[in-house]
Design a protein around this ligand. Sequence first.
Ligand SMILES: [Mn+2]
Length: 323
Amino acid sequence: MANIYRKIYKEIKKYPTIVIARHIGADPDALGSEFALKELILNKFPNKDVYAIGNPSNRFKFMGALDKPENIDYTNALLIVLDTPDIKRIDGAKISDYKNIIKIDHHPVVDSYANIELVDDTASSTSQLILEFIFKNRLKLTSSIAKNLYTGIVSDTGRFMHSYTSHRTFELVTKMLKKTNLDFTNIYEPLYMRPLPEFRFQGYIYENMEVTPSGLAYIKISEDLLKEYGVDSASSGNIISELKCIDEIIVWIFLTEDKKSNLIRANIRSRGPIINEVAAIYGGGGHKFASGARLTSWSQADNLIEDLEKITEQYQKNKASVS
Ligand SMILES: [Mn+2]
């Protein structure tokens, strides 16, 4: 593993133009790793053209501004894709445009689209992998790099709570905090402040979700409902992890209508059964306990609910036979 970090550094050194991309639907890990890597490269190689691209996210605009390069010179350009396991979710970059492609990701592999792939699905976040990259190559940490990476790690680990948080996560973060003296307590406020309509909408979900006797919770969210509450589909993403502290719920799914893309977004979480294999049947993917899929109809959504109910029931049966 150590070698690949060196290898990536050597590739970065070679190219005068470097574009950093990540998945659609920007989140703090994707953005934090993007901004941190851009700054790292520019600090070391000020003459390179380095762009952090992708659709901006209103909610996370406090993290920084993305680049909208007009004319990229592709003749000698390197693309680095962060936090994105599948080609179709790369935001704003066409891989065939580039001389070379590097992928840095912590999701299980979906597509192998890059020439150099640093994929470690035991890492908590892509920001953690960037931190590894920094220490393995003895690069200089600044407080803004640390701030971006800390934000990414805190966000992807649910404040160091999710199962992919490891002693390595703490080791790297401690080393980073020591080196930069980052005032990390100030990072939380912009990250966790949310508008009142979203909390009201959260109330609606608690009030109206169905919960089966085995512990599957599900709710169908129409676009009209989102409008009524004055929230958007991203709000479901902000709320979904809140359900992990409910006794009666083992697996939960939000099904959110997206008329513009003509699909239904399935967002699935679990604190027991492995769900990404079920999501894969529906063309989705993700982690064992956090995954999703894009569905084409409500009847497909019903099938997915049924399949999840089956694995939840099975999980309860296995648990009962063990104890
Ligand atoms: Mn991530």
